[in-house]
Design a protein around this ligand. Structure first.
Ligand code: UTP
Length: 237
């Protein structure tokens, strides 16, 4: 079964230490013994720092996006390094290259592809394009909330929601380079358009991500699956 996994840079490269890359690499290797995986790595704090400097020195939003993309691709290279032989040796530049890389039978790791979106949108488009079983977003928050839980103490977490509800929740997110949201608005619209299952979860422990994917792969009865985070429910299933 093919899974698409988006790992936030805020998780993978929070402090840019080898340990977080090695821990994810170990979990991904375990997963790849049974499943195909494409991983999309985010840019995290480094992307935002670089984008801030670029903006202050005169770069426009698209130029800032290109800088963000470069950082996401650097994080992909670090994860490929940690995966060693288990990874496809290269960072695909677009969706078709990712499809070809998958034929290697190895774990494919990539970053951003074009300005105007985040790596969540890359993962959403790949999920549809490659007919993946599901899209998992491992991020710094434990799901989708009615408002930003770091700013609003009354924010409520959704255990499940429809793609339309997801769009409604995230659509007000500012679409500037480096903007923060658990799911970017474009990704939400793609999830709504294509109607595939998506889980947004806390990615700080790679073993939890591994467990969720394994459960999803082995259970056909949705009731039996223990969810961490928010599940965006597809009408197709
Ligand atoms: P991320 O996907 O890392 O955004 O891309 P994020 O929401 O900050 O995610 P975390 O913090 O890693 O969880 C970083 C920036 O790179 C540009 C955007 O400017 C984005 O904000 N980017 C990324 C693109 O322009 N296109 C892409 O396909 C991917």
């Amino acid at each position: 079964m093919l899974f698409i996994l988006s790992i936030g840079g805020s998780i993978l490269a929070k402090e840019l230490k080898p340990e977080s890359f090695m821990a994810y690499a170990a979990a991904l290797k375990e997963l790849s013994s049974e499943h195909d995986i494409v991983v999309i790595t985010g840019g995290g704090a480094a992307a935002r720092d670089y984008i801030n400097v670029a903006r202050c020195t005169g770069s426009n939003e698209v130029e800032c996006d290109y800088i963000g993309i470069d950082i996401t691709r650097l994080n992909a290279k670090l994860l490929i390094s940690a995966l060693g032989d288990a990874a496809y040796n290269g960072v695909p530049h677009d969706y078709r290259e990712a499809e070809k890389a998958l034929n290697s039978g190895k774990i494919v790791v990539m970053g951003g592809v074009i300005p105007g979106q985040t790596t969540d949108a890359v993962g959403a488009i790949l999920t549809e394009y490659l007919n993946a079983k599901m899209f998992v977003i491992a991020t710094a928050v434990d799901g989708v909330y009615s408002a930003d839980p770091r700013e609003d103490p009354n924010a409520v977490k959704y255990d499940t929601m429809t793609p339309a509800e997801l769009v409604k929740t995230v659509i007000t997110t500012e679409m500037k380079a480096g903007s923060k949201s658990p799911v970017d608005p474009l990704a939400a619209k793609i999830i709504e358009r294509c109607d595939f299952e998506t889980i947004v979860m806390d990615g700080s422990n790679p073993q939890n991500v591994l467990n969720v994917v394994m459960q999803e792969a082995n259970n056909t009865e949705r009731e039996n699956v223990v969810y961490l985070g928010t599940r965006i429910i597809s009408k197709k299933i």
